[in-house]
Design a protein around this ligand. Structure first.
Ligand SMILES: [Zn+2]
Length: 158
């Protein structure tokens, strides 16, 4: 017995190999011991909780393009002019709607007079308690009140 095997054997005092049974390879991530790509992927993935706004964005009647834009907006990754200005200092930063303020998320969606008028009418139609809520508050509210195929969800996304 080599020194390495002796050391391994000394670390497993309760292990008594049965010389009458052939050795077998077992894939530990799988419950039955056989390899599968699914069990490998499952062992590598970190479980995450379900995002509350998932069904607000992705539902059977969605328009993929609109859902994608909403998803990007919720993640805070729309290319507003203030974000573009961070990597392009020569970029124009004024709001595309009113051409008088810095175009940021807050301004573009809620502070601009044009968008505020649209949001006020839209949220009134959808029955939302619109009182100048911020983006995150609207998404939280919509996630709990507009689920799946409700007309409000279809109206909001599409
Ligand atoms: Zn504006």
């Amino acid at each position: 017995m080599s020194i390495d095997l002796f050391e391994i054997r000394s670390r497993m005092p309760s292990y008594n190999p049965n010389s009458n049974v052939d050795d077998r390879v077992r894939w530990l991530p799988s419950s039955n011991g056989t390899y599968s790509a699914f069990s490998t992927l499952a062992s590598l993935r970190t479980p995450h909780s379900i995002i509350p706004w998932f069904k607000l964005v992705w539902f059977p009647q969605n328009i993929p393009r609109m859902s994608f834009i909403l998803w990007v907006a919720i993640r805070g990754r729309l290319s507003t002019r203030d974000r573009i200005h961070k990597y392009d200092p020569m970029a124009v930063t004024t709001c595309v709607l009113c051409n008088s303020h810095l175009e940021s998320y807050a301004h573009l969606f809620f502070e601009c007079l044009f968008s505020r008028a649209i949001w006020t009418q839209l949220m009134k139609i959808c029955g939302s308690p619109w009182n100048g809520l911020c983006w995150n508050a609207i998404i939280d509210w919509a996630s709990t009140h507009w689920r799946g195929n409700s007309p409000a969800t279809v109206f909001f996304v599409g």
